[in-house]
Write a protein that binds this ligand. Structure first.
Ligand SMILES: [Zn+2]
Length: 302
């Protein structure tokens, strides 16, 4: 009897460990991809983002801890379109993890399955430091693209863990439903302001403004990635007065000095808009990020 129970205990322990597969180690370049991966991957994934939501994702300072993350990653997800070109390639080289390199089974560039705006039509031109030479990489700020991102993540996770495919598919469905419901609410909130003219600091919001029918008439940066210049600011102020622009949207990581003085001289409201999950501690998922941004935007457009 004693021997039998020992045998039972042993076999239970063994089968238990066989079922409890290790979680997939997922590393994302941005917190938004991490948030969506968590929604789809649930308790089968361990997700870490390299860039934090309060950082400019074009410019991330490399740290040794990122190498450790990349070294043990099963999957690397990137925004692509050169968003990470300034900092990711050397980290990837030094991580010596071949499966998460472009073309590897553990590499996912989600830009291939989303709607991309500002695609260059002629020759790609990075003159004057334009950091959007491949098309606009801020496409995640749009619920429809968030769903498209989630679909690709679900496919990739399922390819890496076929046994969990039904689990990921069910979670993807839940995410889609929640996003649909939330987007109805956001669309209704912004509906009275269709066509409202705004200015943004960086060209981060083309997908967002198209979704909700807003109209960006200018940028504080003369070109994406190029700091404001006096002549450009002067022209922008005239344009804003002329077009009666109501709001300037600025990401939290840009210097507020120029936008503030533009606001004072034009009467427009200055609003800090958060482009990423985790830009503030309480904005810890995609839904909260949009709730906050849209509620505040409505206040300045009223
Ligand atoms: Zn950008």
């Amino acid at each position: 009897m004693k021997r039998l129970s020992l045998f039972l205990a042993l076999s239970l322990a063994l089968s238990g460990s066989a079922f409890a597969q290790q979680k997939l180690n997922v590393v994302t370049t941005t917190a938004d991809l991490a948030s969506i991966t968590q929604e789809v991957g649930g308790d089968r994934v361990d997700v870490n983002s390299i860039a934090k939501g309060y950082q400019d994702p074009h410019f991330v300072e490399p740290k040794p801890s990122f190498l450790l993350l990349l070294r043990k990653a099963d999957l690397l997800e990137v925004v692509g379109l050169d968003l990470e070109v300034g900092w990711l390639p050397p980290l990837l080289d030094q991580s010596r993890n071949t499966k998460i390199r472009p073309g590897g089974a553990g590499y996912l560039d989600v830009s291939s399955g989303v709607e991309i705006l500002d695609r260059p039509t002629g020759n790609v031109n990075r003159s004057m430091g334009d950091v959007h030479a491949m098309g606009n990489p801020h496409y995640w700020i749009d619920p429809a693209n968030a769903v498209r991102i989630a679909i690709q993540i679900s496919k990739k996770l399922s390819a890496l863990r076929p046994n969990d495919a039904p689990y990921f598919a069910a979670r993807l469905e839940t995410f889609k439903k929640r996003m649909n419901e939330a987007n109805k609410k956001w669309t209704a909130l912004l509906a009275p302001y269709r066509g409202a003219k705004i200015v943004t600091y960086h060209n981060s919001w083309p997908n967002f403004v198209r979704r909700y029918g807003l109209n960006v008439v200018g940028f504080v940066e003369p070109k994406p990635g190029v700091p404001p210049s006096p002549s450009h600011t002067f022209e922008l102020i005239n344009l804003m007065k002329d077009q009666k622009v109501k709001a300037i949207l600025v990401e939290p990581y840009f210097d507020l000095k120029t936008p503030q003085s533009i606001a004072e001289r034009t009467g427009a409201s200055l609003l800090v808009m958060y482009p990423s999950v985790g830009a503030r501690p309480e904005l810890d998922d995609y839904f909260k990020l949009f709730d906050r941004n849209i509620n505040e935007l409505v206040k300045v457009l009223r």
